[in-house]
Structure formats: structure tokens, C-alpha cells
Design a protein around this ligand. Structure first.
Ligand code: FAQ
Length: 313
């Protein structure tokens, strides 16, 4: 069958919301776009464990430690589902890891900011997981089957994460002046980076048009960012927080909040590897990769021995 016809049939399936599965024909660019997005999403989950892992030993109670540990383990699980989904497109785990550690593959800008106080852990849960949910619920309907199915479970867990973050902050908001101050201070640092998680504005987003046509993305970056602002501002009011944006104002006509200009220089600086923690994050992953080499070797040797035994039997 000629490529033109295959492409038409492919787009027809997408337009009818029929899922694309690993063995189905797909345009090379669709495959590449998915590998890029899914692998970067997986890397984000794994790197995203680091800012929170930093607080497991310092969480203020046994309950908080247990909850935080469970959350960080969930993020590892999300990374694994996503790496598996990307592998169905013909890339290996080793190749993806090489792309991450060499700096070729990106991961979410948000994880290059430090977690300086306990309130940051609440802010990460509420804002970072909150932004992740806003972006990922539509991905449960993304056109590629394995990615969409992985997202269903991920979103359920993210929703627990978002609530645990909000609960931490709700407690702080009812606490002492020092606790309320810590809460506002953390919020001031995380608000703008959380808005940046949705990616560049639509007129500077080279991948959006194609990804929307292929229904990989269901909403544009700006649409999701606006939804996030509208929902989060109301939640911030309950916490008694001041939004660190003098331009934030309800727009009656639009039925949405207007908000100030994002500092795109800061965003691109972080994406290009020059954020506050980029170097530290990659060094930590590199160290974990090197120190885990013996485990990978042992697993391969064990699998080979077992295979040899089965053949001999
Ligand atoms: N950071 O043309 P677009 C989480 C890059 S998971 C870094 O708009 P696209 C869970 C983009 O890759 C968070 N780079 O790109 C958790 C592209 O560069 P490339 C991760 C960014 O793909 C919580 C270039 O800019 N979530 O938080 C960012 O259509 C707590 C141009 O951009 C996902 O990955 C950024 N923020 O739209 C874990 C969701 N934004 O690749 C632990 C799935 C853009 O061409 C603790 N991904 N870039 O070299 C997506 O929905 C999309 O990939 C977007 C970007 C919306 C992120």
C-alpha cells in the first residue's frame, strides 16, 4: 500500500478516536513525537523523585514520612509504566537513559528548583502534581493506546499526591505566624515555575499543531495553563495566600483569570540546563546509574542462566 493511502487511513482512525496500537502502521514522525514526549515524561517522573526524596528523612512526623515515601515510590512506578510504553515504539530503556544522562532528552523544568522548607513539599504536591493532573487527565484520551492506558493509573495516583500536598498546606495555614510565613514564602517561589510546566506559549510551541492533529495532545499549552490558574487561584484563597502576581485579575468578559507575563527567559534558561539544580539532578541520576550497574549485570546473568537451563531441560 502506498504511504499516502496509509497516512489517510491513519488520520481517519485518529479522527474517529480509534486508538493506535504498537503493531499498527504509523507515520515515522508520529512515532518520533511520541518517543520524545513519553520518554521525557518518564524522565520527569524519575528526576521528580529527587526534590521530594530530599525531605523523607526530615518529614515532621512518622505519618508524614510514610505518606511522602509512598508518594515518591509512586513516581518511580509512573516512570516505569512510561518507559515501558515508550519501549513499545522501538526504543530501548538503555537508549532512553543515555539520552537523559547526555542531556539530549529533556525533563520537566520544574524539577530543577530546590525544596528549601517543609512547606515546599506541600507546594510540590499541590502545585506540581496539580499541574501534572491538569495536563495528564486529557492524556488518558491520547491517541496512542499504551500511553493512554498508563495515564489512567498515573492520574489516580497523582490525585492522591495533590491532596496530600494540599493537606500539608492547609495544616500550615492554620498554624503559627511562622508556619503561615513559611507557606507564603514557598508559594511565592513555586507559583511561576508551576505555570511554566505547561510549556511555551502556543505561538512558541513548535510541536503543538502536529500533536493536536494526531490527538497526542488534546489541549494546547496555553489552554491547560489557563485552566490551572482558574482552579488554583480559588484553592489559594482557602489557604489565605496572596498570589505573587500584581496582574492577576478576574476577567468577567472572558470568564477566566487574567495573569501576568511569564518570565520566558528564566524558563528557557532552565530548559537549556542552567537552572538552580540541573547539574545536581543529572549528577545524582548518573551516580545512581553507575552504582546500579552490578544489579543490571546480575539480572542479565540470571536471565541467561535460566534460559540455558530451560533449553537444556
Ligand atoms: N520543561 O513544542 P512544545 C510530573 C520543551 S510529570 C522542559 O510545547 P510539547 C509528575 C519541549 O519538550 C511532569 N522542557 O513541546 C510528578 C520541546 O522541546 P523538544 C512532566 C519543556 O511536547 C509530580 C520544547 O520545549 N509531564 O510532574 C517544558 O508539545 C511531582 C517546545 O515545547 C509531562 O511530561 C517544560 N516544562 O509540549 C513527578 C506530560 N515544556 O522536546 C514527581 C507530558 C516544553 O522538542 C513529583 N508532556 N518543553 O526538544 C506534555 O504534555 C508535553 O510534552 C508538554 C510540552 C506540554 C510538556
Amino acid at each position: 500500500m502506498d504511504t499516502q493511502l496509509l497516512e489517510t487511513q491513519f488520520q481517519d482512525k485518529i479522527d474517529q478516536d480509534i486508538r493506535i496500537e504498537p503493531k499498527d502502521w504509523m507515520p515515522e514522525d508520529y512515532r518520533k513525537t511520541l518517543i520524545r514526549q513519553i520518554s521525557q515524561h518518564a524522565h520527569s517522573e524519575i528526576i521528580g523523585m529527587l526534590p521530594e526524596g530530599n525531605w523523607i528523612t526530615r518529614a515532621p512526623s512518622l505519618r508524614r514520612k510514610a505518606v511522602l515515601m509512598a508518594k515518591v515510590q509512586d513516581e518511580a512506578g509512573h516512570g516505569l509504566y512510561l518507559y515501558s510504553a515508550a519501549e513499545t515504539l522501538g526504543i530501548s530503556r538503555d537508549q532512553m537513559m543515555e539520552q537523559l544522562l547526555s542531556g539530549k532528552a529533556k525533563y520537566s523544568s520544574i524539577f530543577n528548583y530546590p525544596t528549601l522548607s517543609w512547606a515546599d513539599i506541600g507546594a510540590v504536591g499541590w502545585l506540581v502534581d496539580g499541574a501534572a493532573i491538569m495536563n495528564q487527565v486529557p492524556l488518558c484520551r491520547t491517541s496512542y493506546g499504551p500511553y493512554a492506558r498508563a495515564m489512567v493509573r498515573v492520574c489516580k495516583e497523582e490525585s492522591f499526591h495533590q491532596r496530600q500536598g494540599y493537606e500539608i498546606l492547609l495544616m500550615l495555614s492554620k498554624g503559627t505566624d511562622a508556619q503561615r510565613h513559611m507557606l507564603q514564602e514557598a508559594f511565592n517561589r513555586w507559583w511561576w515555575p508551576a505555570l511554566m510546566m505547561f510549556g511555551p506559549s502556543d505561538d512558541n510551541s513548535p510541536n503543538t499543531e502536529k500533536s493536536m492533529k494526531w490527538r497526542i495532545k488534546r489541549f494546547t499549552n496555553d489552554e491547560l495553563r489557563q485552566k490551572f490558574v482558574d482552579v488554583t487561584v480559588e484553592q489559594a484563597k482557602i489557604l489565605g495566600l496572596t498570589i505573587p502576581d500584581p496582574d492577576l485579575k478576574w476577567n468577567e468578559e472572558r470568564g477566566h483569570y487574567d495573569f501576568g507575563e511569564i518570565n520566558w527567559d528564566e524558563f528557557w534558561n532552565v530548559v537549556k540546563g542552567n537552572g538552580p539544580c540541573n547539574k545536581e539532578r543529572l549528577e545524582t541520576r548518573q551516580k545512581a546509574w553507575d552504582e546500579g550497574a552490578w544489579v543490571r549485570e546480575a539480572a542479565v546473568n540470571f536471565a541467561e542462566k535460566r534460559k540455558a537451563k530451560t533449553i537444556a531441560a
